[in-house]
Ligand binder design. Structure first.
Ligand code: DMJ
Length: 453
């Protein structure tokens, strides 16, 4: 992608193409599969409603609920809202809206993880506000974000990991690029919607301070101290703990037209393609390298790394996006699901679980809409079948703890409702109920509409 491409131009290139499905050409009855995904969403959602309503999440084997902290934040209910909207589940959307607006409050004496609460809850609330027009969601988002703000009070401006929602006391100084750099889409959108610049400025500073600490080759590591700014783990990659930092550099430019974010992205993608990209006989991968020397330290490709195909599509690099997706799909079909970590040199599993992750499905969605290639919808059929065959149980869907035995946990992640099923539905749906021309999906797949200049 060239920096001379203007924002509207890029939005047209990337986002206009997101509604170009053609049932006949695909040889796949996309409406049928979209409806099947909707049924699976309702299966999981009804399980949550029946057995875990009011909790953060569902335990689908024991038919009970779980909370992240001592008190509930209704994570699954908030996370499901934007998916219900896109699936056209109006009654469920209205009912859940009423419930959340009457029950959710943040005056709670609990330490929460800033990153997770931002992407799941803050993003969910902002998106729900834009979709419903309910001012109550914006008030909740504003209140939540103001309680998160103390995290930015470090000497570097890079946030603490945890904050107490009631007292504002902060803790946790060992952080990582994903947790530091995946805040600007949510905080920035909130600034645009409330007129309060402080959110944009704090999240942007955190992002820039992290970027400034990149190595001479232009890479970031896996762990950093937010007080001293020193790197604690210099392994660089595009996977868990780094992933969405890169995603938000690009998406912050898309959403806000922030040229500095575009510049940071362009320098970063050049380094990624130089030092992390790995051409092998068995596929095209992005591996792990030392951030200072660029030396390969691991030949791992993880389930979370698969988001990068979608980011490459937005960047305009369809060639690498397609090849990366082929590699990810190769892994998925080899094990019938995607392992948390795959060693592409030895072709063995390096970490066994599959946590109902969306990333490979997300990239299939971006690729289908950019290319119209039926291959990606066929991938979608495989994904759907695998989820049904191996993860569906009791009252919902569960994480797989071991890909050899397919042993299941007793936990359904809230992002399964927010992301995994949303992207699977969008992959098959020709008639999503959103004008996707002006939408950027957060890293948690909550649509944010660019309603500002
Ligand atoms: C999601 O919570 C988000 O996509 C996050 O950025 C990383 N991945 C998980 C789900 O796999």
């Amino acid at each position: 992608m060239n920096s001379h491409i203007t924002l509207p131009g890029l939005l047209l290139t990337v986002l206009l193409s997101m509604q170009c499905g053609d049932v006949e050409k695909d040889g796949i009855d996309a409406d049928f599969y979209a409806n099947e995904v909707k049924k699976e969403f309702l299966y999981a959602w009804n399980g949550y409603k029946e057995h875990a309503w009011g909790y953060d999440g569902l335990r689908p084997q024991s038919n009970t609920g779980y909370n992240w902290y001592d008190e509930t934040l209704y994570l699954s209910a908030v996370e499901a809202l934007s998916t219900m909207y896109i699936l056209g589940l109006d009654e469920e959307f209205r009912h859940t809206t009423k419930f959340i607006l009457s029950r959710l409050s943040f005056d709670k004496d609990i330490y929460v993880k800033n990153f997770e609460i931002t992407i799941r809850l803050l993003g969910g609330l902002i998106s729900a506000y834009q979709l419903s027009g309910e001012k109550g969601f914006l008030n909740l988002a504003d209140d939540l974000a103001s309680r998160l703000l103390p995290v930015f009070e470090t000497p570097t401006g890079m946030p603490y990991v945890y904050v107490n929602l009631k007292t504002g006391v902060v803790r946790g100084t060992e952080s990582n690029p994903a947790e530091i750099g995946t805040l600007l889409v949510e905080f920035g959108a909130l600034s645009k919607l409330t007129g309060n610049r402080v959110y944009y400025d704090k999240a942007k500073k955190a992002l820039v301070e992290l970027y400034k600490r990149r190595s001479p080759p232009g890479l970031v590591g896996t762990k950093i101290d937010v007080i001293t700014g020193d790197w604690l783990d210099t392994r660089s990659h595009i996977g868990a703990a780094i992933d969405s930092y890169y995603e938000y550099l690009l998406k912050s430019w898309l959403l806000f037209g922030d040229e500095e974010c575009l510049m940071m992205w362009e320098e970063s993608i050049a380094a990624i393609n130089t030092y992390l990209a790995d051409e092998r006989e068995n596929g095209f991968w992005y591996g792990h390298a030392d951030m200072y020397t660029g030396e390969r330290v691991r030949t791992w490709y993880g389930a979370l790394d698969a988001f990068f195909g979608g980011v490459l599509v937005i960047h305009g690099d369809l060639e690498r996006a397609r090849r990366l997706q082929d590699s990810g799909y190769y892994v998925w079909t080899k094990f019938r699901l995607q392992p948390e970590q795959f060693d592409y040199e030895t072709e063995t599993i390096a970490s066994h679980p599959y946590y109902l992750n969306p990333e490979l499905i997300e990239s299939a969605y971006y690729l289908y809409n950019a290319t119209g290639d039926p291959l990606y919808r066929r991938m979608g059929v495989t994904f759907l079948n695998s989820l049904r065959d191996y993860c569906k149980i009791g009252s919902g869907f569960a994480d797989v703890m071991n890909l050899d035995t397919k042993e299941l946990s007793d936990r359904m992640e809230s992002y399964f409702l927010a992301e995994t099923l949303k992207y699977l539905y969008l992959l098959f749906s020709d008639a999503a109920l959103l004008d996707l021309k002006h939408v950027v999906f957060t890293t948690e797949a909550h649509p944010i509409q660019k309603t500002w200049k």
